[in-house]
Design a protein around this ligand. Sequence first.
Ligand SMILES: Nc1ncnc2c1ncn2[C@@H]1O[C@H](COP(=O)(O)OP(=O)(O)O)[C@@H](O)[C@H]1O
Ligand SMILES: [Mg+2]
Length: 153
Amino acid sequence: MKHYKFVSNSESDTKNFAKKLASKLNTGDIIVLTGELGSGKTKFTEGFLSYFGLENEISSPTFTIVNEYIKDNTNIYHFDVYRLEDSSEFYEIGGEEYFENGICLIEWGELIEDALPKNYIHIIFKKDNQNDNIRILNIDVPDCYYSDKSLFY
Ligand SMILES: Nc1ncnc2c1ncn2[C@@H]1O[C@H](COP(=O)(O)OP(=O)(O)O)[C@@H](O)[C@H]1O
Ligand SMILES: [Mg+2]
C-alpha cells in the first residue's frame, strides 16, 4: 500500500487531479470516495468524467444509486451508496457485477466495505477549518495499482 496526500486549493484543482488520474485507470479499477457532505466527492467525479469527454452529462446518483457512462470501450460507473441500508442491498442491485465491467467510482463506498473487492484506491476528502476552498485528499493505493504505472505523475 502506498499513501499520497494532495492539497486542493479550488474546485478546479480537484477536477484536474481527478482528470489526470482518470488517464491512468482501466476497466476493473475502483475508487472509493470518502468524506462528509460537500467535501468534493462529486466534483472529483466530474473531473474524472471530463477526461472521457463526459463533463456535461453528470448528474447526482443520489436517487438512483448508480449512473452509467460509456466512452468508446470504457464503461464508467458512478455510485452514491449513501442511501443503501447495508451491503446486502448493494448485492440486490447487482453491485458486484459492475466491478469487472468498467471503472467504478463509489461515493460513501466505505459503508459497503464488505461488498468491495480487496483492492481499491481509497480517497478520503477533508474540508479545511479556515479556508472554504481547500480540501485535503488522503489517498491509499494498493500495490497492484502502481506496479506498472505511476498514478500521480
Ligand atoms: N478544493 C475544492 N475541491 C472540490 N470542491 C470544492 C473545493 N472548494 C470548494 N468546493 C465546493 O465544495 C462543494 C463540493 O460539492 P460536492 O462535490 O457535491 O461534494 P460531495 O459530493 O462530497 O457531497 C462544491 O460546491 C464545490 O464548489
Ligand atoms: Mg456527492
